[in-house]
Design a protein around this ligand. Sequence first.
Ligand code: BGC
Length: 390
Amino acid sequence: MTTALSSNGFLWGASTSAHQIEGGNTNNDFWRLENALPPETEERSGDACDSYHRWREDLDIVASLGLNSYRFSLEWSRIMPTPDHVSRAALGHYRRIIEGCHARGLTPVVTLHHFTNPLWFADRGGWRNAANIGAFEQYVRAASTILADVSWVCTINEPNMLALLDPAASDDDPSPETVLTYDPVITDVAIAAHRSAVSIIRSETDAQVGWTIANQNYQSAPGAEGAAEAWSGPREDVFIAAGEGDDFIGVQAYTRTVVEHERPVPLAAGVERTLTGWEYYPAAAAEAAVHTAKLLPRTPILVTENGIATDDDDRRIEYTRESLRALAAVASAGVDLRGYLHWSLLDNYEWGSYRPRFGLVEVDPQTFERTVKPSGVWLGGVAASGGASL
Ligand code: BGC
């Protein structure tokens, strides 16, 4: 049976990011933040899943599940530990992962920047300083030397979260207001850096290039019509619109956010929440894909992240099944969907804590032993059937 998800080349994969799985990323700003906060408020990433050494095992698992794609990110602080040194050893490491994907029949989806910055970049004002765009361009040029046979490149992961969660800002003022406030300077700098990275990747590689957005599915509360559009404009839509002309856009959605009177409405008591505290809302990815297609009707969509933080793996399967059914429906209705990459392959470091478990695969924190969960086997089966088994 053919489905909207069974086209040739449809990507069925799992996603990760460097800082969340590699371990030992001591030279970036998130490591510094984790280690500056009191231990009772924050878990440290530490050795994470030790994927810097165990990446072969990770790729073996992705392939053995029957998925055909793996999304991972390059750690800028390893490739450029100082502003004027490009580490050939670090590039070699990531090159081997790309080759490891090809050798296992996996299509690599490579993210260049997933939240973390080298310390030297952060100390120069990071994404708040337009003069730093040149440093990012230098990094993108260095990275492009290992991407010749990569077909999908994401420049910056969730630039809209970057503009909301600037570590320097939350350090000064950790109030909830800070998290709700977007930084227009970071917005402009990130968009300019993205446009420049797209040009570099296009001139140096054959990859399809785009960026990936944190889609919050803003919805207006009853009686507050227009509230969602006003809220979403600077926090999300400006970043989607900046992807105009790219080869694809990454949709990353987990839940929805209802807005009224210029603020999100707190969740009502009794609403099912996941381990991150978010509403259980499996329509998220499909609704985000529809919203994205409305703003960028000519741009193919990859769902580069979607998943659920839970200890109940049956609930993970249920969430993902409902999510994929909804995605199949919107794809049948015309949304140009090219792939689905589940967040996440592994139970990994969730930016301050290991408690929210998003993985298709469990990782023992002491031994790093990987154990595939039923959801991993289930998703592989769905992939093998091209979505027909949904
Ligand atoms: C990020 C991931 C994160 C996930 C779940 C996305 O915002 O790209 O790094 O782990 O959502 O919170």
